[in-house]
Ligand binder design. Structure first.
Ligand SMILES: [Zn+2]
Ligand SMILES: [Zn+2]
Length: 165
């Protein structure tokens, strides 16, 4: 989505809202494609003392596969991003700068990059997911593992004693 900001650039205190949907279903993370639903982008560009400030929010529902237990799950994801739109980079500026080309900015590209940067490298169905038992393969979030008792013979003996009573 290309937007010409020439008018905004030369009108003090001017602002323009924008909103669009983008398709990021081609993005691969850890062997799957979690952004299967369209991403909704809403934002605003405003001229603040001659500087163009762009703020946006991109949100969608991700369809993920847990790295630990391999269960599919959905997760609402919202990414907030802010940058300055400028014709040239200033070396002493520590703000995030997106360069304009012929007074135009590709908002789709800006939102896509912001969204990708915020994707987690690890995908977990919950922060304390117990994962799969390496011995018997049960999902430890739902089932109690039965193979672990056999690992320690002393515990097996104790279990036997308790059963005999
Ligand atoms: Zn999990
Ligand atoms: Zn087990």
């Amino acid at each position: 989505m290309l937007l010409n900001v020439n008018k905004l650039l030369h009108t003090p205190d001017a602002a323009q809202d924008f909103s669009f949907e983008m398709d990021l279903s081609d993005l691969e993370f850890g062997g799957s494609y979690p952004v299967s639903q369209p991403v909704t982008v809403e934002g605003r560009i405003r001229n603040k003392a001659g500087v163009l400030l762009c703020t946006l929010e991109a949100s969608t529902t991700l369809h993920c596969i847990c790295d630990r237990c391999a269960e599919p799950f959905t997760e609402d994801k919202t990414v907030a991003y802010q940058c300055v739109l400028a014709e040239e980079r200033q070396s002493d500026d520590d703000e995030e700068i997106v360069l304009l080309e012929d007074d135009q900015v590709d908002l789709g590209e800006v939102a896509r990059t912001a969204f990708i940067l915020e994707m987690d490298t690890k995908t977990l169905c919950s922060p304390d997911c117990k994962g799969l038992c390496p011995g018997c393969g049960v999902n430890l979030n739902h089932e109690v593992c039965r193979c672990r008792k056999a690992v320690d013979p002393r515990l097996a003996k104790l279990a036997q004693l308790l059963e005999d009573r």
